[in-house]
Design a binder for this molecule. Structure first.
Ligand code: NDP
Ligand code: OXD
Length: 306
C-alpha cells in the first residue's frame, strides 16, 4: 500500500513521523517528492493542486486533512474514489467554545469597551438583551455549538438540508424555510460546508432580512461571505457587527478593508484547529481499513459535496 501526503501550506514533518511510526509497513511519501505516483492508493490532502488527481491511476481513497473537503476537487476524482474527512469531538468542543465566546463578547460589548479604553472614555452601558442565535448547518460542529449555546441560556434555531430533531433547538430545513429561519435572529453563526449551494450565502439579501442589531459569526469558509456585501451591511446599519475566522484569501491581504473595520473582529482561521494525534489516529484507522478492504470512517457524500 502506497500513501501520499499532499497537505500544502504547512510543515508535514511531524505528520509524516507519526504516520510512519503507526504504519511501519506502509510506503508514505510527500508531494511533490514522490517517484511512484502510479502506485499511490491513498492520499491525505488539504488544498491539493488540481493537476495531481489525473496522475494517480490507482487512487482509491482521498482523506481530507481537515473537517471540510472543499480543498479537494471532487469533480476531478474518478467515481469509485472514496473521500473521507476528520470528525473529532475535540474540534467540535473548540468550535462551540469559540462561537459562544464571540456571541458573548458582542452581548457584553467587549469590543466597544476596548475601543473606548484606547480613548480613555468612561461610558458604562447595559449588556445587550439579545439571546436568539441561529446556526447555519447542524452537522458535527453546528450541533455541538447549538448545545453549548443552550447550556448558556441562549435560544437556538438551526438550519440544515434535512430535518433535525434536537432537544431545545427549533429546526428549519431546506431553501423554503430559510427566510423564516432568519426572521428574528440576534446572532447568525455559519457552520455550513462550502458547496455550490452554500457559496456566497452570506450576502446582501440575507443581511437585509435579519434584524439590524444582528451579529454575524462566520467560522465556516471565507467563500460563504460576499465581502463587499458585509462592508455595505455594517456601514448601512443592516448588521451590528461581525466576527470572522475564515477568509476567501488566507492569509487575508494587508490592504483588505476587514483589517481596520471598527465593527469587525478577526481571527486567523483558528476557531478549531485539528489535533495532530487525533488526526493521525483517524488516518491510521482508514489506511488500515482500506488495506484490509473494510469500511472506512467518516465518508462524505460526494454527490452532496460534503
Ligand atoms: P457537517 O458535514 O457535519 O455538517 C454540515 C451541515 O451543513 C449539515 O447539518 C448539513 O445539513 C448542512 N448543510 C449542508 N449543505 C446545506 C444546504 N445546501 N442547505 C442547508 N444546510 C446544509 O460539517 P461540520 O459540522 O463537521 O463542519 C462544517 C464546516 O466547518 C466545515 O465544512 C468547514 O468548512 C468548517 N470548519 C471550520 C473550522 C475553523 O477552524 N474555522 C474548523 C473545522 C471546520 P444535513 O445535516 O441535512 O446534511
Ligand atoms: C477544517 C478547518 O475544515 O480547519 O478542518 O477549517
Amino acid at each position: 500500500m502506497s500513501v501520499l501526503i499532499c497537505v500544502t501550506g504547512r510543515d508535514n514533518t511531524k505528520l509524516m513521523h507519526k504516520l510512519r511510526l503507526s504504519l511501519p509497513e506502509v510506503m508514505i511519501s510527500e508531494w511533490p517528492h514522490c517517484t511512484n505516483l502510479s502506485e499511490i492508493e491513498f492520499v491525505i490532502a488539504w488544498n491539493a493542486p488540481q493537476a495531481l488527481w489525473a496522475q494517480l491511476p490507482n487512487l482509491k481513497v482521498v482523506q481530507s486533512y481537515g473537517a471540510g473537503v472543499d480543498g479537494i476537487e471532487l469533480d476531478h476524482l474518478l467515481p469509485h474514489v472514496v473521500v473521507t474527512r476528520i470528525v473529532d469531538t475535540g474540534l467540535a468542543d473548540d468550535m462551540a467554545e469559540y462561537v459562544l465566546t464571540h456571541a458573548l463578547a458582542h452581548k457584553l460589548r467587549l469590543r466597544e469597551y476596548n475601543l473606548k479604553q484606547h480613548l480613555c472614555e468612561w461610558k458604562p452601558r447595559r449588556v445587550k438583551p439579545y439571546n436568539h442565535v441561529g446556526i447555519l448547518g447542524l452537522g458535527e460542529l453546528g450541533q455541538a455549538a447549538a448545545k453549548r449555546f443552550l447550556n448558556n441560556g441562549f435560544i437556538v434555531s438551526g438550519w440544515s438540508r434535512t430535518k433535525k430533531s434536537i432537544e431545545g433547538v427549533t429546526s428549519y430545513h431546506g431553501e423554503a424555510a430559510f427566510n423564516q429561519f432568519l426572521e428574528s435572529l440576534d446572532y447568525i453563526v455559519c457552520l455550513l460546508p462550502l458547496t455550490v449551494q452554500t457559496s456566497g450565502i452570506l450576502n446582501r439579501t440575507l443581511f437585509e432580512q435579519v434584524p439590524a442589531h444582528c451579529v454575524l459569526i462566520n467560522v465556516a469558509r471565507g467563500q460563504h461571505l460576499i465581502d463587499e456585501d458585509l462592508i455595505w451591511a455594517l456601514d448601512n446599519n443592516k448588521l451590528a457587527g461581525a466576527t470572522l475566522d475564515v477568509f476567501s484569501e488566507e492569509p487575508l491581504p494587508s490592504e483588505h478593508p476587514f483589517w481596520h473595520h471598527p465593527l469587525i473582529t478577526m481571527t486567523p482561521h483558528c476557531a478549531a484547529i485539528t489535533d495532530l494525534t487525533s488526526v493521525c489516529e483517524q488516518i491510521t484507522i482508514n489506511i488500515n481499513a482500506s488495506n484490509e478492504q473494510r469500511p472506512l470512517q467518516n465518508i462524505i457524500d460526494r454527490s452532496a459535496g460534503y
